[in-house]
Design a protein around this ligand. Structure first.
Ligand SMILES: Nc1ncnc2c1ncn2[C@@H]1O[C@H](COP(=O)(O)OP(=O)(O)OP(=O)(O)O)[C@@H](O)[C@H]1O
Length: 602
């Protein structure tokens, strides 16, 4: 998996990789030439007292050493650049894939795990690539070249080198093979720490309000300690690698000196050859140590590569159409044909056979008690999920075949809990229209009843907003989100109970300002309060995921028991008046008057 991932993501950098290989080849050839030249200096220069030969060969050795240094510096710089570029590309690939995920895939992996995979797991692969680039060509070449040149010096002694390679390989395999499960647990533990941290920071007020600091601190401490324990166990295993490898290498070095001395004594080997042999053994030792340093991060990178690949290989369940429609034949038309939806893993559907058609210029309100499926219905229009039954059409085209960019341009959505991004008021508003002028931003703010408070912010349009918009109130956030959507000028507006945090006066002023602005658009507004929806041209009452009734406020008060019950329960909650039963007509009249009367207080 690791190799496959590296191969794919190094493909765009193949020229750099090839140049890197070339530089390492030059570096190794130069490194390997030095001991042979040194042996020649001893055997032909020192032994024969030929100072001219010593000077000439010495100068050649100096030139070779300079080439070796230059090639090695260039290889390190190029290796680092290539590894960083690959890490950047891999991070982008994971990020882009995550952006394509629907809520289903995000739920499957979990946000904290996706964050760990995008940042930490990619980092592990990048670290491995960085260290591997330094040795991937040079270490094997240096090792094999040293063995080949050592063979030239003395064949029987070279057999020791083969035994050395087998011993080192076995020591490696024994230890590193045992670290994989620990690394898998380590990365999972990082996911948990990320999750806890995220929850702890975003829910800090709740944690404090419920005096759960100590409990939450202990929960984090436990997970943190578990991560430390796993890291220590891996660390202990890895700490044995280098001493073990050095022990094996030094034992072999002693054996070479011992056998070599005997062979010189027996006249079977020259002194210069033993000196060159020892130099080659040192080079082999160096290459083994270099490989050791690459092998240490390898198991973790392997686990990380698998986690990254899981993300990259996951196809978004809301798939892009193969031949997308880029035009809507009926602009602004929104239709649901028997649409149903069941959340993944849930036993029962939350929406059943919803039929709904909304034309441009029409405002439809969807009313229902909490959990009746209102938000889910809007999510089907936005294609956050695909309907599991029936179909959803936008502009006369099934959303599953409509180009995603066209769908997003056509439908403007203001969620129940809007999200603002770190930046300024203006940068957030320009999510709606990047080319909007300041005047257009102020106009949208005026309609959304946000002009006055933005004016008072230090910097006005350039006032800073923190991540999530946490430095403005819930109602201010809602108004900024409405202004942001107005700037998009979509054909279809979906308002998901986004007026709930506004006081009555602001709510009324906003609706009055909004009406002429979006009068030609298709508007679907979700609400729980009867008083909020009663002016809508059509109200759809949703009950346990089914359309229970449709009509105007007056019609529904007369004809729909569910609507009357909702209205009655809301009145009872406000007035404490438990009466209001009796005949349908009488109840409808009473409720109608009560709703009208309370309108000013809600
Ligand atoms: N991601 C999810 N996975 C599983 N079930 C979900 C998920 N989101 C919502 N549900 C369930 O689907 C049902 C409908 O939820 P939905 O959010 O659409 O209701 P709603 O009418 O918008 O409620 P509210 O008015 O409280 O916002 C609820 O029973 C809820 O528990």
């Amino acid at each position: 998996m690791l190799l496959c991932l590296l191969r794919i993501h190094l493909r765009p950098h193949r020229r750099s990789v090839a140049l890197l290989g070339l530089l390492q080849l030059v570096q190794i050839l130069a490194t390997l030439a030095l001991p042979t030249l040194g042996a020649a200096v001893i055997d032909n220069g020192v032994v024969r007292a030929d100072s001219g030969y010593i000077t000439r060969t010495g100068l050649a050795m100096l030139a070779v050493a300079l080439v070796q240094i230059a090639a090695s510096v260039a290889a390190v710089a190029l290796g680092a650049r290539t590894a960083m570029a690959m890490g950047r590309d891999l991070r982008s690939a994971v990020f882009r894939r995550v952006l394509d995920f629907s809520a289903r895939e995000v739920g499957r992996f979990g946000t904290p795990s996706l964050m760990t995979r995008t940042v930490n797991d990619v980092q592990q692969v990048q670290v491995l690539a960085l260290s591997a680039f330094g040795v991937v060509v040079s270490a094997p070449l240096m090792c094999l070249g040293s063995i080949a040149l050592a063979l030239q010096q003395d064949v029987p002694l070279s057999l020791l080198l083969v035994a050395l390679m087998v011993a080192v390989g076995m020591s490696f395999g024994l230890i590193l093979g045992r670290t994989d499960p620990f690394y898998a647990r380590m990365q999972k533990q990082l996911d948990r720490i990320n999750g806890l941290l995220r929850e702890r920071i975003t829910g800090v007020r709740v944690v404090r309000a419920f005096v759960r600091d100590a409990h939450e601190g202990a929960r984090f401490g436990r997970t943190n300690s578990e991560l430390r324990d796993i890291s220590l166990r891996v660390g202990r295993l890895l700490a044995t690698v280098i001493p073990l490898v050095l022990l094996v290498l030094n034992a072999f070095m002693a054996a070479v000196v011992w056998f070599g001395a005997h062979r010189i004594d027996a006249g079977a080997m020259r002194f210069g050859a033993l000196s060159a042999f020892l130099s080659y053994l040192t080079l082999i030792t160096m290459s083994v140590v270099m490989v050791t340093f690459v092998c240490l991060p390898m198991p973790r990178a392997r686990v990380s590569a698998e986690r990254i690949q899981q993300v990259l290989a996951t196809e978004p369940s809301v798939a892009a159409p193969s031949e997308p429609y880029a035009r809507c034949p009926q602009p602004g038309q929104l239709s649901l044909y028997g649409a149903g939806f069941r959340y993944p893993g849930a036993k029962e559907p939350v929406l059943h056979g919803i039929d709904l058609s909304v034309r441009p210029g029409e405002t439809v309100a969807i009313l229902g008690s909490t959990g009746s499926g209102k938000t889910t219905l809007l999510n089907l229009v936005l294609r956050h999920f695909d309907a599991t039954d029936g179909a959803v059409h936008v502009g006369g085209v099934d959303v599953r075949t409509l180009d995603a960019a066209v769908l997003r341009r056509t439908v403007g959505f203001v969620p129940q809990r809007p999200y603002l991004f770190s930046g300024t008021v203006a940068s957030n508003l320009r999510f709606g229209d990047p080319d909007a002028t300041d005047d257009e931003l102020w106009h949208a703010l005026e309609i959304a009843q946000a002009r006055d408070f933005v004016r008072l912010l230090p910097g006005g349009l350039n006032a800073p907003l923190t991540q999530g918009g946490t430095n403005v109130s819930g109602g201010q956030r809602q108004r900024l989100a409405i202004a942001r959507t107005l700037l998009r000028r979509p054909d279809i507006y979906l308002f998901d109970d986004c007026f709930s945090a506004l006081d009555h006066a602001t709510d009324a002023a906003l609706r009055a300002a909004l009406e002429p602005e979006i009068s030609r658009a298709t508007v679907v507004t979700v609400a729980q309060r009867v008083s909020t929806v009663r002016r809508a041209g059509r109200i759809v009452v949703l009950d346990a995921g089914r359309v229970a009734a449709t009509g105007t406020h007056e019609e529904l008060l007369r004809t729909s028991t569910t609507y009357r019950e909702i209205a009655r329960s809301q009145l009872t909650a406000i007035t404490g008046d438990h009466d209001g039963t009796g005949t349908d007509a009488a109840a409808a009249t009473t409720l109608q008057e009560a709703v009208h009367g309370l309108d000013g207080q809600l």
